[in-house]
Design a protein around this ligand. Structure first.
Ligand code: NAD
Ligand code: WQD
Length: 342
């Protein structure tokens, strides 16, 4: 199998490449413009796996450059398309950037699949397309809500585009709807390294713990949840990575091309913000400097997944619990501190 991973320099892409290198004999290439990562990721991948991955520094929203790049790699069996911008707040400020990058990028990937006869595509979707849901947990039949941000809109539109293309083109398309990917590789040598001030809970926690941030806020403690803080479905990035291998294997075996295959990828456990903080304090033995703050605009109260479909059809079984998610994030943050002080 020959596979292209777009966004291989990023958080989930790099963990997926590592998983592919460890568990398969696939030949893997990356296409990443490093708009939100650095080439150093590939040094880290090499350090862990002993293998050097070729990354093409190409913007997937530039059709000519993308097609010329993919044409250099003959007989590609599948593309795992991670490359997208993902900051919800930034997407509200710069919607055109998000639509151009994420939608144009997807259109170009699909056009290349058609022209170059690449028959399998795995697309990174997001639980953000479900919005505020009345009934939990959400499964793939839960109706999609009105999207709350241009970012979420690019994922909902992306799925709609895929559904139309699937009807017209004999290729196998899978959209994986990730809940909240967190954690880091077991080696502690690679993980999420936000270039700007982080917005997501886990990097905020670990950066507060090392003093990179003075203190952190718990956004809202008056929600209708068991302790008043928001509930989310955190899922280890290595479990998310594994699902891509299973989804691509399944995609290649497929005989029926009528519909896009949609899968939720979550642990199925709702965890509140305060529970996440307590778990961090437990695994680290540290006391976090946090305050109870106002609600954050745009947050949904609670969401968690029913991932039975991915378990049944892909054989996907998440292996890492919340403590492992937290301790691997912490190990990675400490590694970054060590490197900074070296
Ligand atoms: P990331 O920013 O760490 O990785 C994305 C990578 O894609 C980066 O290396 C970036 O440089 C690259 N990229 C972006 N636009 C590009 C372009 N036009 N051309 C070439 N490269 C480009 O993000 P991530 O967390 O690894 O997310 C991967 C995918 O998963 C994204 O599509 C994201 O929307 C989706 N997703 C992420 C989460 C999450 O919480 N991390 C949740 C749901 C869905
Ligand atoms: C989790 C909880 C915050 C920071 C986002 C995207 C979503 C998807 C996953 C890409 C919330 C609370 C956070 C802090 C806090 N990404 N929090 N203090 O918002 O569930 O989802 O990432 O597709 O589209 O929206 O994740 O990690 O930002 O927040 O109290 O400093 O932690 O209010 O309840 P979210 P998150």
């Amino acid at each position: 199998m020959k596979v292209i991973v777009t966004g291989g320099g990023g958080y989930i892409g790099s963990h997926t490449i590592l998983n592919i290198l460890k568990e398969t004999t696939w030949e893997v290439y990356s296409i990443d413009s490093h708009i939100n990562s650095t080439p150093e990721t590939f040094d880290r991948i090499e350090k862990i796996s002993g293998k050097r991955i070729t990354n093409y520094n190409v913007d997937v929203s530039d059709f000519k450059a993308l097609k010329s790049c993919i044409s250099q790699i003959p007989n590609v069996n599948g593309i795992i398309h991670f490359a997208a911008l993902k900051a919800v707040g930034e997407s509200v400020e710069q919607p055109l950037l998000y639509y151009r990058n994420n939608i144009q990028g997807l259109l170009n990937i699909l056009e290349c699949c058609k022209d170059l006869k690449i028959n399998n595509l795995i697309f990174s979707s997001s639980c953000s397309i479900y919005g505020n849901v009345a009934n939990l947990p959400v499964d793939e039949s839960t109706p999609l809500a009105k999207t709350e941000s241009p970012y979420a809109a690019t994922k909902a539109m992306g799925e709609a585009i895929l559904s139309d293309v699937q009807k017209s083109q004999k290729m196998s398309i899978t959209a994986l709807r990730y809940f909240n990917p967190v954690g880091a590789h077991e080696s502690g040598l690679i993980g999420e390294n936000p270039i700007n001030k982080p917005n997501n809970l886990f990097p905020v926690i670990t950066q507060t713990a090392v003093g990179k941030m003075d203190k952190m806020s718990v956004f809202g403690v008056d929600y209708n949840t068991r302790d008043g803080s928001c509930v989310r479905d955190y899922i280890h990035v290595s479990d998310i990575a594994k699902a891509h291998i299973l989804a691509l294997e399944k995609s290649v075996e497929r005989k029926n091309f009528n519909n896009v295959q949609f899968y939720n990828l979550g642990s199925g456990n709702g965890v509140s913000v305060l529970e996440a903080l307590n778990t961090f304090e437990k695994i680290s033995g540290l006391s976090l400097n946090y305050e109870l703050d106002e609600r954050r605009v745009g947050d949904v109260e609670a969401i968690y997944s029913n991932s039975a479909k991915a378990k049944k059809e892909l054989g996907w079984i998440p292996k890492h619990d919340l403590e492992e998610m937290m301790s691997s994030s912490w190990k990675w943050q400490q590694q970054l501190e060590k490197e900074k002080n070296a």
